[in-house]
Design a protein around this ligand. Structure first.
Ligand SMILES: [Zn+2]
Ligand SMILES: [Zn+2]
Length: 116
């Protein structure tokens, strides 16, 4: 039995409707921790680092920002607060929340397997 229902998309295709869920999906942390860090820049100034890619659960784009003065490298002692912050709608999302499918975790940088 599938708990996903399908709904029509504007282009005629369909995407699974993934309900909002805070219980972490198996493998979510590992897949997010495999995203590469790239410099996060605005107007030629590096504000920090950003890791972005598809959310392993809902498939929408998420981005994790780490603000670091003068772009100083992250150290293994840092804990990255990773959360799905996609801008698509998910059924059951609490009022006041405007982003994400509910997945979030604090991932020590020492567990990060992506490039940095
Ligand atoms: Zn999503
Ligand atoms: Zn998501």
């Amino acid at each position: 039995m599938s708990r996903f229902t399908r709904r029509a998309r504007a282009d005629g295709g369909s995407i699974p409707d993934v309900p909002y869920e805070t219980k972490l999906q198996d493998g979510w942390v590992e897949k997010v921790a495999a995203l590469d860090w790239v410099p996060w820049k605005r107007d030629q100034v590096q504000l920090g680092w950003v890791a972005s890619g598809p959310c392993p659960r809902c498939g929408h784009l998420l981005a994790i920002y780490q603000r670091r003065v003068l772009g100083a490298l992250l150290s293994d002692d840092d804990v990255v607060k990773a959360a799905c912050n996609c801008t698509e709608s998910h059924s059951g999302r609490p009022e006041g929340r405007i982003q994400g499918c509910g997945q979030e975790a604090r991932i020590p940088l020492s567990q990060w397997t992506g490039k940095r």
